[in-house]
Design a protein around this ligand. Structure first.
Ligand SMILES: Cc1ncc(COP(=O)(O)O)c(C=O)c1O
Length: 410
């Protein structure tokens, strides 16, 4: 079975059947869907993780001229909502062994204008929350305007750090159900707040968010079906195999180009298009909530699988990473070369994050990142490769992957 790290890696037959059913219905009932560990909290569902972050920033009344500290080893999805609100992103460096924001770096970035720190649990590796929280609580004692802690749980769901779920440490947290996330509704996001006052504010902002347009709901439910089809035929006999120019062109690649041209599948982030809140912030549809629930009912099995594959990689590569990682990060000499070697065994690996703020090639002035300010990030982005841990990866497959990558580790 081919492995695709970034395209609905955990969607199964029952999810596909549900997508078809949902597409055939006019309307479905709204349902109450809760994430593990947050059963007693109110959930605010949005169309994407970035829309969730935007909603949080609005509720916290963080606005033009304010600063928010984020890690530089990240995705433009985190920067976009800041830009929508004219908030300045201030980049902190990461720790090399966890890929998460460095405590020391945060300390150096706090100014009078800082209003929040976003703590990202990269790849599902828990960040140093307790230490950061303790420090911020101390700093807040002398400030009129509090610095909030926002947990970015886009890479983690159902993960605990010492008996406490990730997402329950900060003031407020958001999750993503994008096409490459732990569970997927093609696009989707959710907010939970650990502070009742803030929950009330969130309600105020959330009630004014429009519903998702019907065509977008359709797009989101059709996407898993289309990708499932693409995966099945991806490596089918080389299309135009005898052509000098198109010999590497598989049927799957042809379909991707065709579906992209028809607007049936889109990439998640575009370097030239930051979008706008008017076009990019909606409530999650009820139909997608049903798809989400179907996957959340299976979350224990999905998490255990990722944990097992993570352990296997760590054992075979002699690295110290554990837990249910959404992707397994390694540092290699030539990531593109290793990636192409993996493609030969039908494994498409990932590149979160091969640039300070991906996608690679983004205008760094536009995202306000200055080269030289985060040396650890700048080193890692040149060497990072992500190995898949989703359901498509069996133990045997993990061994084959390790066989290829091992000699390239740095
Ligand atoms: C670290 C991080 N945070 C937030 C997001 C936002 O996700 P979404 O694509 O749902 O807006 C992403 C997306 O990949 C991400 O990688």
């Amino acid at each position: 079975m081919p492995v695709f790290i970034s395209s609905i890696p955990t969607i199964e037959e029952d999810d596909l059947k549900l997508c078809k059913e949902l597409l055939s219905k006019n309307d479905v009932d709204d349902i109450d869907v809760k994430l593990s560990g947050f059963e007693d909290k109110k959930h605010f569902y949005t169309n994407t993780g970035r829309a969730s972050l935007y909603t949080i920033l609005k509720a916290l009344e963080i606005t033009k001229g304010d600063e928010v500290i984020i890690q530089s080893f990240t995705c433009m999805a985190v920067v976009v909502p800041l830009k929508w609100l004219d908030i300045k992103p201030v980049y902190a460096d990461i720790d090399q062994d966890t890929y998460n924001i460095s405590f020391e770096s945060i300390k150096n970035r706090i100014t009078d204008k800082t209003r929040a720190v976003i703590i990202q649990h990269t790849f599902g590796i828990p960040a140093q929350l307790e230490k950061i929280k303790e420090y911020i609580d101390e700093v807040n004692k002398d400030r009129d305007k509090k610095i909030y802690l926002i947990e970015d749980c886009a890479h983690c769901l159902n993960i605990k750090k010492e008996d406490k779920y990730l997402g329950s440490f900060g003031d407020v947290s958001f999750f993503s159900f994008g096409q490459d996330k732990v569970v997927s509704t093609t696009q989707g996001g959710c907010i939970v707040s650990n502070n009742e006052k803030l929950e009330k504010k969130m309600e105020e902002v959330y009630k004014n968010i429009p519903n998702m347009p019907a065509r977008t709901v359709k797009y989101n439910l059709r996407y898993p079906l289309l990708w499932n089809f693409i995966k099945k035929v991806y490596y089918k006999p080389k299309f135009l195999a005898n052509s000098k120019y198109f010999s590497k062109f598989t049927f799957g690649k042809f379909l991707i180009i065709l579906f992209r041209f028809l607007g049936l599948i889109k990439s998640q982030a575009s370097i030239n298009d930051f979008g706008s809140p008017q076009k990019g912030v909606f409530k999650l549809s009820c139909k997608q909530k049903h798809l989400l629930k179907n996957q959340l009912d299976k979350i224990e099995r999905l998490s255990k699988h990722r944990e097992k594959i993570t352990d296997k990689y760590s054992r075979l590569l002699d690295l110290d990473l554990h837990g249910s990682l959404i992707r397994y990060p390694i540092l290699v000499d030539y990531p593109d070369l290793v990636k192409s070697k993996l493609q030969k065994i039908k494994v498409i690996a990932g590149n979160w994050y091969n640039y300070p703020v991906i996608p690679r090639g983004i205008d760094l002035d536009k995202v306000e990142y200055t080269i030289g300010t985060c040396p650890n990030t700048e080193y890692i982005v040149e060497h990072i490769l992500n190995l898949p841990t989703g359901l498509e990866v069996t133990g045997k497959e993990a061994e084959k992957i390790v066989h290829i990558v091992k000699s390239h580790l740095i």
